[in-house]
Design a protein around this ligand. Sequence first.
Ligand code: ATP
Length: 222
Amino acid sequence: MTMFQVENLTKVYGKVRAVDDVSFSIQKGEFVGIIGPNGAGKTTLFHLISGVQPPTSAKVILNNEEITGKAPHLIVQKGLTRTFQVPRPFQELTVHENVEIVKSSKLSVHEQAKQIDHLLQQVGLGSRQSQLAGSLPQGDLRRLEMARALATNPDLLLLDEPFAGLNTAEIESLSELLLQMHDEGITIIIIEHKLKALMKMVKRVIAINFGQLIADDIPQEV
Ligand code: ATP
């Protein structure tokens, strides 16, 4: 079942065609990688899809509903959440509070605290809940970013270079978490330069260069 579709997505900055007529669709349950050299247009693609920037032209459809150019918070409510290349937690808040402010809920304070606790256990931050986010090492910051993303209950998760700045052990451990999130039913699109780690997870890769989609196939072919 097609859950997400991008048609003729284009973003022009002056003379630069940062994203140039890109079209693809994603089936529910896929785990898709996006690769390409620096400046190819990958992050801009995520900005356009997630409502951070308006496209010059496009049609973006999520779960049969057009979301083109909608505000980021409305797109999150429709089930699409994205992470950023550099994690953006509130440094002065604790790990628990950083998830609490994302997770809006009609539950009682106690019930909500239990849910957040469960989420933080799931991403491996169970013992760090009262620590200030600003004091976390890079690997844990990425885990917090995952917890904040999961707190929005996404159907489709866009990850922008989640392995950036992580060492080999942290990459392996975060890969396991991503595979677990995928197994639990989240469809994932991931931009990543660390190709070895990427290729272990995804079954399909889209390559972008000069804003254009130049390949869309199984990892071995791309
Ligand atoms: P990286 O792998 O380094 O993150 P990328 O593939 O994500 O690169 P983008 O950051 O999307 O590439 O940039 C694509 C192109 O668009 C680049 O030429 C960049 O300079 C240009 N660009 C991006 N944002 C803007 C902007 N706000 N104004 C003008 N040009 C921009």
